[in-house]
Design a protein around this ligand. Structure first.
Ligand code: SF4
Length: 305
């Protein structure tokens, strides 16, 4: 198999360090969603992959890359031009990658649509970091926004994530992408809030469209994302926004305590909103053991002790 199935570099995010991307559908898009915001070209949904590289070829390509590079690879990222859990022999692939990964971690980026299936949970249990999307909870939203294939039982997805979390002790990250007039409605946000509280992921990444989408849809503003981060009432929410505005302001120690009592702030929140003096105040609160830093699946969070 050609090495072109592998993408080398800080993919998908510098948060995880240097990553080697392993594309399970290198030739064309094979996905069971047809999300309005997809950065790939729109394509008919499928319930399974029909063309895919073999485990042997993928593992050999990864082995070659690991032995030929002098760069330390922090994560091997299982991804696809579409949905990687549609790869029919995922469990076998994960087993083989675990044998050769050395100190690297194994990460999968999935749309979460298949998590209620026992065989998918069994495969994902052997991965170090599982990142699942959850844009919607209601059937209406799944139909309009993610345009799920009819083979997917969308009403089982949240319950599948809850069950998976109960068994999975490593890093589980949820990702929600907000699209204007679709999942930013109050009703859907309340459903998402309830689902997140039950799933208990290590972290929730929220964002909006920042690349040309497959269909005509619009992003929401950074302000709205920030409001949503409060509405979700979960301690570890990371706002991912390419054009995140910088409003560096002064916060006294008391004001910092009030902010952190509402929710933990990520290192990106601090960098973009705290001026130098506020950052010094934060350092002092850490020194006084009133605030602590925790590393949550690659993102630092500041929280009340
Ligand atoms: S799940 Fe990912 S690849 Fe599939 S349609 Fe949605 S954004 Fe595109």
């Amino acid at each position: 198999m050609s090495i072109t199935n592998l993408t080398f570099g800080p993919v998908p995010s510098r948060r995880f360090g240097v990553s080697l991307g392993i594309d399970l559908s290198p030739d064309f898009k094979q996905c069971n969603y047809d999300c309005l915001y997809c950065e790939l070209k729109a394509a008919k949904t499928v319930s399974k992959m029909t063309k895919y590289p073999s485990v042997k070829d993928l593992v050999n390509a990864v082995k070659d890359k690991l032995s030929s590079t002098h760069t330390k690879i922090d994560v091997l990222t299982i991804t696809a031009n579409g949905e990687p859990t549609l790869y029919p022999v995922l469990r076998q692939l994960v087993t083989e990658l675990n044998k050769i990964k050395g100190d690297s971690k194994l990460l999968i980026l999935s749309n979460g649509s298949t998590i209620y299936k026992q065989e998918i949970q069994d495969a994902l249990l052997n991965i170090d970091i599982v990142k699942l999307s959850l844009d919607c909870v209601s059937k209406e939203c799944f139909t309009k926004l993610d345009r799920a294939d009819k083979s997917i039982e969308t009403d089982k997805i949240v319950q599948g994530m809850i069950e998976f979390r109960e068994k999975f002790t490593k890093d589980l990250i949820l990702e929600i992408l907000f699209v204007d007039t679709l999942n930013n409605k109050e009703k859907e946000i309340l459903l998402l809030k309830d689902a997140i509280a039950k799933i208990k992921p290590n972290r929730v990444d929220i964002g909006t469209i920042d690349r040309p989408p497959a269909y005509k849809v619009n992003p929401i503003s950074f302000d709205e994302l920030e409001q949503i981060s409060h509405s979700l009432e979960y301690p570890y929410i990371n706002i991912a926004h390419k054009n995140r505005p910088q409003f560096q302001e002064y916060y006294s120690k008391e004001a910092i305590i009030v902010l952190l009592n509402r929710r933990a702030l990520s290192e990106y929140d601090i960098k973009h909103t705290f001026d130098k003096e506020s950052q010094n105040n934060l350092e002092e609160l850490i020194f006084d053991k009133k605030v602590e830093i925790i590393n949550n699946s690659g993102v630092k969070f500041y929280k009340i002790c």
